[in-house]
Design a binder for this molecule. Structure first.
Ligand SMILES: Nc1c(NC[C@H](O)[C@H](O)[C@H](O)CO)[nH]c(=O)[nH]c1=O
Ligand SMILES: CC(=O)[C@@H](O)COP(=O)(O)O
Length: 162
């Protein structure tokens, strides 16, 4: 469903109880920092709003979205980290560089998640324009950072219930 049909900040709060002791690492790309900082703020506040303490939320920066996969692996290797939220914004330029980055980071994050059996959340915007990015980073379509945090919480809740 396209973002213009479902607000990114709305969620059905299933499986999100008893997670107060879980520890999160949020990795943020420095590219398009106006957007990614807004994504981070959304994710951070969503975790706090759902009972996660500030002490259990780490923030780390990478140069660009392409580096999110390796940073996610460094976080996932740490036993004390229960979930990793990867936040980035890759905006289409004139060349195919966009395609290579998006493909690499989507596959990279998936591979880390399966390798370490932990939620590694793909909170990466891949818009055609800056405005589309802003609309999804606290604008008219909500905040992808909220969605990423909700997703991490729900996956940990699912794992807890298994
Ligand atoms: N153009 C964007 C980039 N490019 C940088 C890459 O992510 C990477 O850091 C570089 O290729 C060196 O490995 N990154 C974004 O996150 N967003 C962009 O729009
Ligand atoms: C996604 C990118 O790396 C992109 O912003 C770079 O722009 P261009 O494809 O015009 O070099």
């Amino acid at each position: 469903m396209a973002s213009n049909l479902k607000n990114l900040s709305e969620h059905s709060g299933k499986n999100m109880k008893g997670l107060q002791d879980k520890k999160f690492a949020i990795v943020v790309s420095e590219w398009n920092e106006e957007v990614t900082e807004s994504l981070y703020n959304g994710a951070y506040e969503t975790l706090l709003d759902n009972g996660i303490s500030k002490e259990n939320i780490e923030k780390h920066y990478v140069p660009g979205s392409f580096e999110l996969s390796l940073a996610a692996q460094w976080m996932a290797e740490r036993k004390e980290i229960d979930a990793v939220i990867c936040l980035g914004c890759v905006i289409q330029g004139e060349t195919k560089h966009f395609d290579f980055i998006c493909d690499a980071v989507a596959h990279g994050i998936t591979n880390v998640s399966l390798k370490y059996n932990k939620p590694i959340i793909f909170g990466v915007l891949t818009p055609n324009t800056q405005q589309q990015a802003l609309d999804r980073a606290g604008g008219k379509h909500g905040n992808k950072g909220d969605e990423a945090a909700f997703t991490a919480l729900k996956m940990l809740g699912l794992a807890k219930g298994l």
